[in-house]
Write a protein that binds this ligand. Structure first.
Ligand SMILES: [Zn+2]
Length: 444
């Protein structure tokens, strides 16, 4: 049986860069999981059956939204350098078995809970095996366990030999095959479509391959038309300028990762008549490329090809992010958690990284990880800010993230849809933390 809560005497950060911090506030959370009232502590009457949580001096802000994750892995370094035959064997004889699928599902659930306990109350998962993401979303919605809000894409849509193909992707080689693959994912219950317009770092075999074009504009356009017809978004994995151009012209709603822009690309982001909302947003994932790109091979143990591809992708992505800030292109926040050195619990590192590398201040960065992400994902009527009637997706912090963004690394409490996690606990991956911490201070 759910109960109502009163967060008493807290400082409220609304998730809106234009609003200041209000002090000595009380927030009432109805047992239906929605925010019921926000007001001065001295003026809000707390119903007697509500559980009062004393938060004197602590900060309450909207739960974080991670717009780009994969649940299938936890961020420990991995390599896909095995031969095709070995990968094929591993897929068919280990992963795609009853036991393999059940192990995978447990791992995905654990990763989702790790994220939640670290303050991420909403995750958009963009590429998983066997529609296990759809199952987990449905179990959370049916209250079988308290998990984060999940938006899920199921399999990638890719081309023959393309990024993620064949195991993580539905393969199509024409606009009609691509449409059919949208329909297959929709039939299986996805919330959005994820496509791979270019190659990717994880499975590129030679330098330069990560950004190579794989999908045609006709295929992208067919996918977008099919998805937009039923009101769902298309997210495009893109790691080069030419890839971004094709994806934008085809009408995608978000560019994942991104690359350096030219005039045509800038204006297509801002005004894209084929995109569902009339513009396309950028979800950079700097933290996914940074360690492999910039750290010494002896530390990261990645292959030279991976390092070189990561460097190309990172440098171009960073230019793209700076251009997006300069030209007022809508930017969200994602991490690509699951990739090597990207865990599910350190979204703050991406925020810190963005702050150091762009002119965005902490207030604007927090807005992007909450309100703006919700708008980009089309869920701002439900979550992403502290407003009456929105879901009570909240985090409590001892320190102000506006003074130091790293305050988000240590969340005191988490609430999702009105369910309170009073003592969140995150199992960290020491080797990953140590490597990243060792270079945190001296990054360029
Ligand atoms: Zn990804």
């Amino acid at each position: 049986m759910k109960t109502g809560y009163a967060f008493k005497d807290c400082k409220v950060i609304y998730g809106d860069a234009g609003r200041g911090v209000d002090t000595h506030m009380t927030i009432l959370i109805h047992e239906n999981g929605l925010i019921q009232e926000i007001g001065k502590a001295s003026e809000v009457a707390i119903p007697s059956h509500y559980q009062a949580i004393e938060l004197e001096g602590k900060y309450v802000m909207p739960g974080l939204i991670n717009a780009h994750v994969h649940l299938f892995a936890d961020g420990k370094p991995f390599t896909l350098s095995a031969s095709e035959g070995l990968l094929d064997f591993a897929f068919h004889h280990i992963l795609n078995t009853r036991l393999g699928r059940s192990v995978l599902k447990k791992r995905m659930k654990r990763n989702a809970l790790t994220a939640l306990h670290s303050g991420v109350t909403t995750m958009r998962s963009v590429g998983e095996f066997f529609y296990t993401d759809v199952q987990l979303r449905d179990e959370i919605k049916a209250n079988q366990f308290v998990g984060p809000n999940l938006l899920v894409s199921g399999y990638f849509l890719s081309v023959t030999g393309g990024h993620g193909a064949p195991y993580l992707a539905l393969v199509g080689d024409s606009p009609w095959e691509a449409r059919r693959n949208v329909r297959i994912n929709v039939k299986n219950g996805v919330d959005l479509i994820k496509i791979c317009v270019t190659g990717g770092v994880t499975d590129a075999k030679m330098v330069g391959e990560a950004g190579r074009l794989q999908m045609t504009e006709e295929e992208v356009a067919a996918i977008c038309e099919e998805a937009h017809k039923i009101g769902i978004h298309v997210a495009a994995h893109v790691e080069s300028t030419e890839g971004v151009r094709i994806a934008l012209k085809g009408g995608v709603d978000t560019i994942e990762h991104g690359a350096e822009m030219d005039e045509e690309i800038i204006s297509l982001y801002q005004n894209n008549s084929r995109a569902l909302k009339g513009y396309t947003a950028l979800i950079p994932t700097l933290q996914a490329a940074y360690p492999s790109a910039k750290l010494d091979l002896s530390l990261t143990k990645v292959r030279e090809t991976v390092k070189e591809n990561s460097r190309l992708v990172y440098d171009s992505m960073l230019k793209g992010v700076r251009q997006a800030v300069e030209h007022n292109i809508k930017i969200g926040v994602g991490t690509d958690a699951a990739m090597p050195y990207v865990t599910h619990y350190d979204l703050w590192r991406e925020l810190d990284h963005l702050m150091r590398q762009t002119k965005l201040n902490s207030r604007q960065i927090i807005e992007r990880a909450t309100k703006t992400n919700a708008e980009i994902l089309g869920i701002d009527h439900l979550t992403g800010s502290i407003d009456i009637g929105k879901q009570a997706d909240l985090i409590v912090l001892e320190q102000s993230p506006l003074d130091n963004i790293q305050a988000l690394a240590d969340v005191a409490m988490v609430m999702v849809r009105g369910n309170l996690i009073q003592t969140p606990s995150v199992t960290r991956i020491r080797a990953v933390d140590e490597l990243l911490d060792s270079v945190w201070g001296d990054r360029e």
